[in-house]
Design a protein around this ligand. Sequence first.
Ligand code: NAD
Ligand code: DAU
Length: 370
Amino acid sequence: MILVTGGAGFIGSNFVLDWFNTAANRTEPVLNLDALTYAGNRENLSGLDQQPLHHFIHGDINNQELIAQLLKQHQPRAIIHFAAESHVDRSIHGPGEFIRTNIQGTFNLLQCALDYWRGLPQPQASSFRFLHVSTDEVYGSLGPSDSAFTETTPYQPNSPYSASKAASDHLVRAWHHTYGLPVLTTNCSNNYGPFQFPEKLIPLVMTNALAGKALPIYGDGMNIRDWLYVTDHCSAIRTVLDKGQAGEVYNIGGWNEMPNIEIVKIICQLLDRKSPETAQRAGGTHEQLITYVKDRPGHDRRYAIDANKIARELGWKPAETFASGIEKTVDWYLTHREWVSHVQSGAYRQWIDQQYGSRMSGTRQQGTPQ
Ligand code: NAD
Ligand code: DAU
């Protein structure tokens, strides 16, 4: 089996759902460890309620005893580490949690993985992998004519979030270099798709537009990101897990750079077509809701990923274009209004109690599989 951390969040839940949809993985169990912070949502995984190979554990990556016990008991062949605090704006307001989860939590996981790996017999020790899911933000900000980030671009993180992810990447690298732990690191660009918490640009714009609220654009709206549909990120991670070389870093991106304002206008145009009644209420078009607001402090201007290494060495490339991915995403948010309102109102916690309460209450302790 594999151990996934953060598998109730946006990318983690897509990864676990996709895992069981992919023929090659359908029979391999997943142990899914998540602390269910505001960003973690059991409802994302409701499609797996009848999947006996999916085991959810409510627990924290900082819990050394729990991680050690899970590794000993379940003997995973790999750890796929998604768990993190992931929102740049939150890191500006409260960096403490980012240090605790992204740095301290990764350190704890590495220590537990190292102890476990050292005790494995051959050939399991040679085939074990610790796959660390990281971000392109560790490389800093690009000027308009700079070349895209490669795996050798020097680290220049600018926000508390990217600094905490950079620190975790360095720890992962050091645990390989010093102790020989077989690690893989991926640095990916901006993801979008189903189950993304509506604090991030794309789902925020969609949910605000449908509610007739302002669409806040930071600064001049000309900051550039490189967008990748989430299931393409998931397929890249499976590819790196299967074929990547231990100790190596792989950049993952969609070859799809766009300024924020362009993204927002595309979403508005799709919504005008698919939801004419809310366009009408917005004054004829959702674009009328666009509102320029004060910039994010330290706002990185441009990210761009050079994804040639993973294409050349592992044969991965994205399946979706931005046009196909954003249309799927808009359709998903239009047909999952209940999910959005649960997440926004905090009612998803009630939903968890209602749906899983009887299985959790009384006997359940942190870290107990259900
Ligand atoms: P997310 O915020 O949606 O999900 C994070 C998950 O981690 C949540 O389910 C949360 O409950 C869980 N978690 C947080 N703290 C935890 C802890 N201490 N112990 C156990 N679980 C904990 O994040 P996401 O957007 O899905 O990102 C997942 C990973 O991918 C992160 O490491 C992030 O840095 C990386 N990444 C994200 C993007 C992106 O565009 N979203 C791009 C590149 C890389
Ligand atoms: O590049 C990968 C990173 O992408 C991941 O590591 C992070 O976890 C993920 O959150 C994302 O970071 P960004 O800061 O790029 O994403 P966000 O959706 O917050 O913002 C995208 C762009 O849109 C950015 O330039 C800021 C801008 N923005 C964002 C929000 C929330 C706005 O203009 N208005 C907004 O209200």
